[in-house]
Design a protein around this ligand. Structure first.
Ligand code: FMN
Length: 231
C-alpha cells in the first residue's frame, strides 16, 4: 500500500494554514524530500522587503550536517561557551509582555511536566533548543550586520512566509532566537562571511505527535486589545 506524501495531499486553505501553524518541539527522524524543500523555500522567497532588497541569507543543515551542527551546539552549551549574539536581545520583558511570556512557559513546561523549581528540568528543556528538538533539518537566517531593525522586519516576513509554506506542506517548525546566541558556530559550519549576522534559526521536519511539548497551544490577545480601527 502506498501512502500519499504531504505534497500529494490536498492543500489546506490560507485560513487553515495560519490556524494550523504552531511551534513544534519534537520531530520524527524522517527527512523532508528535496523537492518539497525546494517548493517551500521558493514560496518563502516571495516575501516582501524594503525596496525589494531581500536581505535574508538562508543556510539549511539537513540530516548528517544537521547532526554535526547539533553536536557543536550541545558541546558549546555543555562546556559553558559564552554566548556572543550578533544582535542585541531584550533581557527582560515587563508588564503585559512578561505575563504573556510566563503564561507561555507555564503552558509549555506544564505539558513537559517540568515544575517551576525544577532547575535541571528547565536546563534540559533549554538544551532541547540546541538539539533542534531532534529535527532532521535546521535553517538559519542571517542578514548583513550593518543592517538594523528596520531591515530585520523583512527577515521576520521571510520567516513567517517560510513557516506558513511549511505548514501548507505538512511540515512542522519552531522559530528559535536561542540558537542565534552562538553565531560563530553557524558561520563556521556553513562557511558564512563574517559580515553576516545571524538573526534566528528554524528547526523543521515532520512532527512527532507523541512528544508532550507538541500538545502546547498558546492563546493570543483579543484584537480589541491590540488593534484600533478608526472610521
Ligand atoms: C523570533 C522568534 C524566536 C523564537 N525563539 C524560540 C526559541 O528560541 N525557543 C523556542 O522554544 N521557541 C521560540 N519561539 C517560539 C515562540 O515561543 C512561539 O512562537 C510563541 O510562544 C507562540 O506559540 P506558537 O508558535 O505555537 O503559536 C520563537 C518565536 C519567534 C517568532
Amino acid at each position: 500500500m502506498t501512502t500519499a506524501t504531504p505534497a500529494a495531499q490536498e492543500k489546506p486553505s490560507f485560513e487553515e494554514v495560519v490556524k494550523q501553524r504552531r511551534s513544534v518541539r519534537g520531530f520524527l527522524p524522517k527527512p523532508v524530500p528535496k523537492e518539497i524543500l525546494h517548493k517551500v523555500f521558493t514560496l518563502a522567497q516571495l516575501a516582501p522587503s524594503n525596496c525589494n532588497i531581500q536581505p535574508w541569507t538562508v543556510s539549511v543543515a539537513s540530516v548528517d550536517s544537521c547532526k554535526q551542527l547539533r553536536d557543536k551546539f550541545v558541546d558549546a552549551v555543555r562546556n559553558g561557551v559564552r554566548p556572543n549574539p550578533d544582535h542585541a536581545r531584550v533581557d527582560k520583558f515587563e508588564g503585559v509582555y512578561r505575563k504573556r511570556q510566563v503564561d507561555t512557559a507555564v503552558a509549555l513546561y506544564g505539558n513537559m511536566n517540568i515544575a517551576r523549581d525544577d532547575n535541571d528540568g528547565r536546563r534540559r528543556a533549554s538544551l532541547r533548543n540546541f538539539e533542534f528538538f531532534d529535527a532532521p533539518h535546521a535553517a538559519f537566517i542571517s542578514m548583513p550586520k550593518i543592517f538594523n531593525e528596520s531591515v530585520a522586519v523583512d527577515v521576520g516576513m521571510y520567516a513567517q512566509n517560510l513557516m506558513l509554506a511549511m505548514t501548507a506542506y505538512g511540515i512542522g517548525s519552531c522559530a528559535q532566537a536561542s540558537v542565534s546566541r552562538y553565531p560563530d558556530i553557524i558561520r563556521e559550519h556553513f562557511g558564512l562571511d563574517e559580515s553576516l549576522g545571524v538573526l534566528m534559526g528554524i528547526s523543521f521536519g515532520y512532527e512527532d505527535p507523541s512528544v508532550p511539548a507538541n500538545k502546547t497551544i498558546v492563546p493570543r490577545a483579543d484584537i480589541e486589545d491590540e488593534v484600533k480601527f478608526l472610521d
